[in-house]
Write a new protein. Structure first.
Length: 197
């Protein structure tokens, strides 16, 4: 869960929107994903509730948030969007909807919390609602400075912004899980979300 707060923005030109800006920009996930699908949209779709509800980790999140605030202040990001209700797959699609660009994602690189079973399934990485995560895009020119700022924090490049208006997601073994036009995905999203009309 995320909360909205009101505050003074010293430099409004540093505010970011969710949509990718340029084909060729790099896509990163900030924050580790866990098996936290309890009460999620994914489980609800299947008529289930689940047990592993998202938990907040204030100390870890604060370090990440401070690094993110610094990166935004330094102009290192092109876009930024929180990952929450619906998970990574939903918010990658929503970010792409807001632009005319597509996106490729590779789940093999998504930062993961420790897992006794040796890793999470693709559907867990796609739809987990783990708190404190962000999807950001970064110009290749800012890559080194951006990655240096997040050294030692859960941050990984997971894809790229594309000229082709499609969302393509590869699983951890390299298989294509999603390859769909944004127009088709947006139609499906609107059918399930009348408020989006």
């Amino acid at each position: 869960m995320q909360f909205t707060a009101t505050g003074v923005v010293p430099q409004v030109s540093r505010c970011l929107t969710l949509e990718p800006k340029v084909a060729g920009d790099l896509v990163y996930v900030l924050g580790s994903t866990g098996n936290e699908l309890g009460g999620s949209e994914y489980y609800d779709l299947m008529g289930e509730v689940g047990l592993n509800v998202p938990t907040v980790e204030p100390r870890g999140s604060l370090k990440l948030y401070k690094a993110l605030e610094g990166a935004i202040s330094d102009g290192l990001l092109a876009s930024c969007h929180g990952i929450y209700r619906g998970g990574l797959a939903v918010h990658a699609a929503m970010a792409a909807f807001a632009s005319s660009f597509g996106m490729t994602l590779d789940l093999e690189h998504v930062p993961q919390k420790e897992c006794a079973a040796g890793g999470f399934r693709d559907d867990q990485l796609l739809f987990s609602e783990t708190c404190g995560r962000f999807l950001v895009t970064v110009s290749p020119a800012c890559r080194a400075a951006f990655e240096a700022r997040f050294q030692g924090l859960p941050c990984a490049r997971v894809g790229e912004v594309t000229q082709d208006p499609r969302l393509v997601i590869r699983g951890q073994k390299g298989d294509i899980l999603v390859e769909e036009s944004l127009a088709s995905l947006k139609r499906s999203w609107k059918q399930g979300n009348p408020a989006a009309e």
